[in-house]
Design a binder for this molecule. Structure first.
Ligand SMILES: Cc1cc2nc3c(=O)[nH]c(=O)nc-3n(C[C@H](O)[C@H](O)[C@H](O)COP(=O)(O)OP(=O)(O)OC[C@H]3O[C@@H](n4cnc5c(N)ncnc54)[C@H](O)[C@@H]3O)c2cc1C
Length: 412
C-alpha cells in the first residue's frame, strides 16, 4: 500500500520518459532526496507503450547529459524520404544519425532501472485516481491507498488523471496515431538496406492532417517495420469510427507494397493512442502540481514527444529542487519556461507549422519547403536539436541560411 511510504517529498504520477527524466535529473542534482521521491505507475516495467520509438538526436544529448548509455537494441537511421503533396524530398546529413529507433518497453525499463539505482521508489500497479491540495500539501488518492507529498508531477501521459483532477476545463488538443509492427526481410526492405525512414504527407490532401510513417525496428531480435499514421485533428476526418477507417486507407495508400490490408480486415492487430499536443493557452502549474511530457502537451506537427519529456523533466527537476530550497517563485518559473523558454518557443513554431502544413493551403507550404535544400538541412537540424540548434533564435537560423545560400558556407 502506498500509504506505508513515509517521508516522501515529491510524488511523480507516471513512470514513462517524462516522469523518469524528472526523477533522474532531480536525484542527480539532489542525491540527498534518495528514497524520498516516489513514482506511482499503473503498470509495471517492462510494459508495452504504443509508440514508434524514434529518438531524435536531442534525446540522445539528454541521455549523454545524464551519463546514461542506451543499452537497448536499436535501428539507426541516416537517411530520410518524405512524399508530400508537392513532390518527394530526400535527406541525408553526411551519414550522421537522423534517428535511433528503440522499443519503448525496453527503453522505458532501462530508464526505470537507472532511476531506481539513483534512489527513486517506483510503486508499480498503482493507479492515480484523484488529487487534492492545500497550501501546505498535496494528497494523491490511488487504488492502493493515499499518499501525501510536498509536490506532485503529473507525468501520466496524454490522458492524464492529474491534469483532469487539477486543471479542469480548457480546449482539448488531442491528436491520434495508430501503428502496427510488420515482420520484414531486411535484404529487401529499403528501411534496412538504406538505413532510412519514410514519411508520407499526401494524406493531408485526403483529409487526414498528419502523415504516415515507416521506421525500421528490431522486435524480439528480428527486423520489423513500425508503420503508422498520425492525425492531428482526428474528429475532423469523419463521424465517430470513420476516422480510423480513413487513417487505415491512407496508411495503405502510403505503403502499397506492404500487406496493410491485414490491418483493415483485422487479421493483423494495430494499436491506436492519443497524443496531446502543445496548446499555448494551457497552464502547466497549479499550486503544488506540475505537468510534464504528454500530460502537458508535445509537438503538434509530428507528434514527437520523447525529447520533450526529457526537456520537461529537466526543467521540472530544476524547479522542484529550487522550491524545496525555499524559492517560492520556482514553480511559476517552470510554467514560464514551458511557455517562453526554448522548449515553448520550439513548440509554438511547430504549432504554427502544423497549422499551415495541415491547413487548406498545405500544397503551397509543401512547395515552399521543397525549394531550398539548405533550408531543409537547417530545418532538420533544428527539429532534431542537433548540437542544440533548436535553442538558437529565429534570427540566427535565418542568418545561417543566408550565409549558406549567398556565401556557400556550410550549414554547420
Ligand atoms: C503511435 C505513436 C507513435 C509515437 N511515436 C513517437 C516517436 O517515434 N518518437 C517520439 O519521440 N514520440 C513518439 N510518440 C509520442 C510518445 O510516445 C510520447 O510523447 C511519450 O511517450 C511521452 O512520454 P510521457 O512520459 O509523457 O508519457 P507516457 O510515455 O505515456 O508515460 C506515462 C506513464 O504514466 C502511466 N500512467 C498513466 N495513467 C496513470 C495513472 N492514472 N496512474 C499511474 N500511472 C499512470 C502510464 O502507464 C505510463 O507509464 C508516439 C506516440 C504514438 C501514440
Amino acid at each position: 500500500m502506498v500509504d506505508s511510504i513515509s517521508a516522501c517529498e515529491v510524488v511523480i504520477a507516471g513512470a514513462g520518459p517524462a516522469g523518469l527524466a524528472t526523477a533522474l535529473y532531480l536525484l542527480r542534482a539532489r542525491p540527498d532526496l534518495r528514497g524520498r521521491v516516489v513514482a506511482l505507475e499503473k503498470s509495471a516495467h517492462p510494459r508495452f507503450k504504443t509508440c514508434a520509438g524514434g529518438l531524435i538526436p536531442k534525446t540522445l544529448l539528454a541521455l549523454e547529459e545524464l551519463d546514461l548509455p542506451l543499452e537497448v537494441p536499436a535501428a539507426i537511421v541516416t537517411r530520410g524520404e518524405a512524399h508530400t503533396p508537392a513532390g518527394t524530398v530526400r535527406l541525408e546529413r553526411g551519414g550522421e544519425t537522423l534517428c535511433t529507433i528503440i522499443r519503448r518497453d525496453e527503453f522505458d525499463a532501462r530508464l526505470a532501472r537507472a532511476a531506481r539505482e539513483a534512489g527513486l521508489i517506483i510503486a508499480e500497479h498503482t493507479r492515480v485516481l484523484d488529487v487534492e491540495q492545500t497550501s501546505e500539501r498535496v494528497r494523491i488518492e490511488t487504488d492502493r491507498g493515499a499518499i501525501d507529498s510536498q509536490l506532485l508531477v503529473g507525468a501520466d501521459g496524454s490522458g492524464s488523471r492529474v491534469r483532469a483532477s487539477v486543471f479542469p476545463g480548457g480546449k482539448e488538443s488531442l491528436g491520434r496515431a495508430l501503428m502496427a509492427d510488420i515482420a520484414v526481410d531486411p535484404e529487401r526492405a529499403p528501411e534496412f538496406k538504406d538505413h532510412c525512414y519514410r514519411f508520407d504527407f499526401r494524406c493531408v490532401s485526403a483529409g487526414v492532417p498528419g502523415y504516415a510513417w515507416s521506421f525500421p525496428c528490431i522486435v524480439d531480435g528480428t527486423p520489423h517495420l513500425n508503420v503508422g499514421i498520425y492525425d492531428q485533428h482526428p474528429r475532423a476526418t469523419g463521424a465517430a469510427g470513420g476516422e480510423q477507417a480513413l487513417m487505415l486507407t491512407e496508411l495503405r495508400a502510403a505503403f502499397p507494397e506492404l500487406p496493410l490490408y491485414m490491418l483493415e480486415n483485422r487479421t493483423q492487430p494495430f494499436r491506436a493512442f492519443p497524443i496531446r499536443w502543445f496548446n499555448p493557452r494551457d497552464s502547466y502549474v497549479m499550486g503544488r502540481v506540475l505537468l510534464a511530457g504528454d500530460a502537458a502537451g508535445v509537438d503538434p506537427l509530428m507528434g514527437e514527444g520523447i525529447s520533450c519529456a526529457f526537456e520537461h523533466g529537466k526543467l521540472a527537476a530544476r524547479a522542484i529542487a529550487a522550491t524545496l530550497e525555499g524559492d517560492r517563485a520556482a514553480l511559476k518559473g517552470y510554467d514560464r519556461a514551458l511557455h517562453r523558454g526554448h522548449v515553448g518557443r520550439k513548440l509554438r513554431k511547430l504549432k504554427f507549422a502544423a497549422r499551415h502544413f495541415y491547413g487548406a493551403r498545405h500544397r503551397r507550404f509543401f512547395r515552399l519547403a521543397r525549394l531550398s535544400l539548405r533550408a531543409q538541412e537547417i530545418g532538420v537540424d533544428w527539429y532534431n536539436g542537433v548540437r542544440h540548434t533548436d535553442e538558437r533564435s529565429m534570427r540566427a537560423l535565418v542568418a545561417l541560411w543566408a550565409r549558406a545560400i549567398f556565401f556557400r558556407a556550410p550549414v554547420r
